[in-house]
Design a protein around this ligand. Structure first.
Ligand code: FUL
Length: 756
């Protein structure tokens, strides 16, 4: 989205920056003040050597509430409210409460879906920036009580809290400091009192609250007034009424990882210089104005925050762990137009490895729809993800194995890392900072995932480590990492070995490990070729690198079962087909499915375009549109040619005259990112490339729609003899008047011309 949306966001960012002036003079170093009470904080004396500072850092520990929170690992966000009904991401505060009317709100269904996915806590948007309260607050009329839902007697926060308690989930609240509805906003002391009143309601009426989430997004009040938040008063109230709750993002306990992509840092320190808790910096980095479905991307994860050089410059260090928030859909709120864009199970698993597996808590947003239910699209994806994770982590091959360490404390022996409890841990004796732990797995085992956990109750220490396997008595490295922290997961190609060792190469003081695991992920089927087009027949090979696994497949896109055909020899396709393949070990089907689309078509020798696509979206060259690989609904997948404001004129050369029956060409619609379908597509054919005959002229009036989809335009030519085909697609040129980018150049995204 970066390039496409820039223009439209410029105005918005200005407002944002002006809004930031409200923060001037309150550049609080929030970790310092509160951390001191917690003992999870240390002061660096002037002139202390880097070695001393590193040791000090290694002994900074989480507070009890931070430790309990970290152990949750995977938690849920629920964005629900006025925006769900207005089909928008950021409300203005002027929305009519009467539009809030879920037809079948079922908080138990939310809780079930979340619990079944393996998450441990639910944070609900009690109030988003539009100020509409999901609970009947006594301090505003802008809430569920002014809506027709449950006759104005409903309380979403209450229903969710109850559903969570019933099913054994912890509960938390998101309360947006920025309130675009509240008249007193910007009248600082008055709004602060109002905010504290609302906070008190949430903290006292719904049982135990485990996390309070304060958003960094912030703007001006009505008439350009700037609100100066009384953070310290907010924190004090939370500590007083809910001492177990962590305060996240604009708060002292939990740090925003720096992106909303779901991908955290490779090197993630929970001990950081306390400048990382500068509220002004957090706010500046937070979400900014956006249009529906399109975010201003933020990614501040490029840099490691706690490396030695960073510590050396710090005055204080604090335990301030990362939380990685991401939505299962492109938007935080539900939009029917995004039903096809729900992240797949494999994508969610990838996110899990890159967040939970990188010393962070994963906060995954699942937005209920207008009925007040989590849709089946989301539920199925969550279940698919859970299945893959369960199949991967059900059997720890290192558990209970023999282990010896080059150094160990008598009360913290190496065996503690494989003893099935996280309460015990291994550490080195004396002042030993490097060590090797050698595991004998009793027999040769195959694995491709490793799990490490430090005993963070005493601090985070490991700076680099590697994994080696012994083959014929020689050690070979097969994986390595930097920080471990609470949990580190590594993925690597399959290794088969009986003896392996963990080498801790560098640590800030005595390294610790409370747990170590080796696992094998469920088998994945590889298709060769993975997708593509063919003229007459195509042979597709299926394989898996899991020993003893069988492969079952279908050709019609349906999900294979154990009863589906078993793969023995290459599949010979003579018609277009969608192969879905799954491996099975014994009677257990793998949770990983592989899909390949194969299209029967006439081979196109070459394609040329009259005007080149934009340099931002060149695909992999002009041949992208005849390479047999279809563009997905992600316009950045490098399978699309993007034209900014220009029409698309493509000429296909079949190499020789052929009998043609049908020609088709695909386009992407994603109006939220300025991408429109063509207004019209013309098909012309020619035998010699000089004289052309119009075969079809399709009209396509552009309608306003948030739906993201790929549309094929096709033309039947009834066995015509042709060598050249020309496709002319007309760009709408500039975004229409009803579009937020009205007047900007519109994009036309084209992929895959198919000739049959
Ligand atoms: C951002 C907000 O502006 C988004 O709407 C969403 O709530 C996200 C979690 O945080 O800052």
């Amino acid at each position: 989205m970066i390039c496409i949306c820039n223009n439209a966001f410029q105005g918005a960012s200005l407002t944002w920056r002006n809004g930031l002036r409200g923060f001037a003079g309150c550049a609080l170093l929030l970790t310092t003040a509160l951390a001191q009470q917690e003992g999870n904080h240390v002061v660096i004396g002037p002139g202390e050597s880097p070695g001393v500072v590193a040791r000090k850092a290694a002994n900074v520990r989480p507070s009890a509430r931070q430790l309990a929170w970290q152990k949750l690992e995977f938690i849920a966000f629920i964005h629900f409210g006025m925006n769900t009904f207005m089909d928008q991401e950021w409300g203005k505060g002027t929305e009519d409460p009467r539009v809030f009317n879920p037809s079948g709100l079922d908080a138990r269904q939310w809780a079930r879906a979340i619990k079944n996915a393996g998450m441990k806590l639910v944070i609900v948007t009690a109030k988003h920036h539009d100020g509409f309260c999901l609970w009947p607050s006594r301090y505003t009329e802008h809430s569920v009580k002014s809506s027709p839902w449950r006759g104005g007697k409903g309380d979403v926060v209450g229903e969710v809290a109850r559903a969570c308690r019933e099913i054994g989930l912890e509960f938390g609240v998101y309360l947006s400091p920025w309130d675009r509805h509240e008249k007193t906003y910007g009248d600082s002391p008055v709004y602060n009192r109002h905010f504290l009143n609302q906070l008190r309601e949430l903290l006292t009426q719904y049982g135990q609250i485990s996390e309070v989430w304060f958003d960094g997004a912030n703007g001006e009040g009505a008439n350009g007034k700037k609100q100066v938040y009384d953070w310290q008063a907010y924190y004090k109230l939370i500590r007083e009424l809910q001492p177990k709750a962590v305060i996240a993002i604009m708060g002292p306990d939990v740090r925003w990882v720096g992106t909303e992509s779901g991908y955290g840092r490779e090197t993630e320190w929970s001990v950081v210089p306390d400048v990382a808790g500068d509220l002004q910096a957090i706010a500046a980095a937070s979400q900014q104005e956006k249009v529906d479905g399109a975010f201003v991307p933020r990614d501040l994860t490029g840099e490691d925050l706690g490396r030695r050089e960073k510590l050396a410059k710090a005055a204080t260090l604090a335990w301030y762990p990362a939380e990685t928030d991401v939505s299962i859909r492109p938007g935080w709120f539900y939009h029917a137009s995004q039903d096809d864009l729900v992240k797949s199970p494999s994508k969610l698993v990838d996110i899990y490895y890159s967040s939970v597996g990188r010393n962070s808590v994963l906060l995954l947003n699942i937005p209920p729809d207008k009925r007040g239910r989590i849709t089946d699209y989301d539920v199925q994806s969550l279940l698919g993800m859970r299945k893959i994770l369960d199949q991967t982590f059900k059997h720890n091959l290192a558990s209970g194995t023999r282990v010896k360490a080059t150094s160990e404390m008598p009360e913290h022996r190496a065996a503690a890392v494989v003893d099935r409890t996280m309460d015990t841990y291994w550490t080195t004796a004396g002042d030993v900072e490097t060590a090797t732990l050698e595991f004998d797995l009793k027999k040769k085992q195959t694995f491709d995932r490793a799990m490490f956990m430090e005993n963070i109750a005493v601090g985070q220490r490991v700076e680099s480590f590697r994994l080696e396997a012994s083959h014929d008595g020689v050690w070979h490295e097969f994986a390595r990492g930097t920080t471990i922290g609470y949990k580190r997961l590594l993925r690597f190609p399959k290794v088969t070995a009986q003896k392996i060792r963990v080498v801790i190469e560098q640590s800030r003081t005595n390294p610790t490990l409370s747990s170590f695991g080796l696992f094998e992920s469920p088998p994945v089927v590889a298709l060769d070729p993975p997708e593509g087009s063919f003229e007459r027949a195509l042979s597709v090979r299926l394989s898996t690198d899991t020993e003893g696994a069988e492969i079952h497949y279908t050709l019609d896109g349906s999900v294979p079962t154990l009863k589906s055909p078993r793969y023995t020899d290459p599949i010979i396709l003579s018609h277009s087909a969608t192969i879905v393949a799954v491996a099975a070990v014994g009677s257990e089907l793998s949770a990983e499915q592989t899909t390949g689309r194969y299209t029967q078509s006439i081979k196109v020798q070459s394609a040329s375009v009259e005007r080149l696509p934009s340099q931002k979206y060149p695909g992999t060259g002009v041949s992208t549109i005849i390479d047999g690989k279809r563009g997905s609904m992600d316009f950045q997948d490098q399978r699309w040619l993007g034209f900014n404001g220009d029409d698309v004129v493509v000429t296909l050369d079949l190499g020789e005259k052929k009998t043609v029956h049908e020609v088709s060409i695909g386009f992407l619609q994603q109006q939220g990112s300025w991408i429109f379908l063509p207004e019209g597509v013309k098909f012309l054919v020619s035998a010699d490339g000089a004289s052309w005959k119009l075969a079809a002229d399709l009209d396509n009036p552009i309608v306003q729609s948030g739906r993201v989809f790929v549309k094929d335009f096709s033309c039947q030519v009834n066995g015509l003899q042709a060598r050249f085909i020309k496709l002319v697609a007309t760009n709408v040129g500039i975004c229409p008047s009803w579009h937020p980018g009205s007047g900007d150049k519109a994009w036309l995204f084209v992929d895959e011309a198919v000739v049959r």
